[in-house]
Design a binder for this molecule. Structure first.
Ligand code: PGA
Length: 251
């Protein structure tokens, strides 16, 4: 059985004080880790507070990006080795904002995935099509190509432990959620792709999230779909009450 994984993605929001205030708000109210995995992906400057909190709580911590080299002369980048040593569990890679604004390529994302595994963390690999691609009905081809490129050279065991987030760009921050059926359809396409590339067991194990205007009001319907194992949530993850409603969606 795949364990549900709900991850907040704070993007470039919150300073360390605001992070602490959020943590004070969720303290003692997160679901047991064996029931639902609750994750916060935060800016690098906020990770320290999250990691300390995670040491005696059920919260898991994600960075929003990292570089693909462990260390060296790469001014301004974040080392995956340092993230791992600090106690970070996951790194989000390939978010559409990073692909779009910062020109990250499929090849960069694949190198980052390998760097994350090399440093004993797990990747949350994002994929998803633009409105234009969706209107041309090319979303499956687009996402399959992104997934093939991102997973290139990873072992079946690594992919079994990978989280893939399907996030149609037209649904991010727009209030326009993909319908639960549209989200399920694409998450199923992703699982079939993993099956073709690896095997049935790996496809059964890989966890697939939907992202794009997920909120407490729609999380249940999305999570009821057979191929949707979680959510990657931006706007609705910033407030403690809203995040708690998301991660405790089973209650
Ligand atoms: P949203 O963002 O929930 O605000 O649409 C999702 C994301 O970008 O991960």
């Amino acid at each position: 059985m795949r364990k549900p994984i709900i991850a907040g993605n704070w993007k470039m929001n919150k300073n360390p004080q605001e992070t602490q205030a959020f943590l004070d708000g969720v303290k003692g109210k997160l679901p047991a880790a064996d029931k639902v995995e609750a994750v916060i992906a935060a800016p690098a400057i906020d990770l320290n507070a999250l990691v300390w909190f995670s040491k005696d709580s059920d919260l898991k911590v994600a960075a929003e990006n990292c570089y693909f080299e462990d260390e060296g002369a790469f001014t301004g980048e974040t080392s995956p080795k340092a993230l791992s040593e600090m106690g970070v569990d996951y790194v989000v890679i390939g978010h559409s904002e990073r692909r779009g604004y910062f020109h990250e390529t499929d090849e960069d994302i694949n190198k980052k995935a390998k760097a994350i595994f090399r440093n004993n963390m797990l990747p949350i690999i994002c994929c998803g099509e633009s409105l234009e691609t969706r209107e041309a009905n090319k979303q499956s081809d687009w996402v399959v190509a992104q997934i093939k490129a991102a997973l290139e050279g990873l072992t079946a065991e690594q992919v079994s432990n990978t989280v893939i987030a399907y996030e149609p760009i037209w649904a991010i921050g727009t209030g326009k959620t993909a319908s639960a059926d549209q989200a399920q359809e694409m998450c199923h396409v992703i699982r079939e792709t993993v099956k073709d590339l690896y095997n049935e067991q790996t496809a059964e194990n890989v966890r697939i999230q939907y992202g794009g205007s997920v909120k407490p009001a729609n999380v249940k319907e999305l999570m009821a779909k057979p191929d949707i194992d979680g959510g990657l949530v931006g706007g609705a993850s910033m407030d403690p009450e809203s995040f708690l409603a998301l991660v405790n969606y089973q209650d």
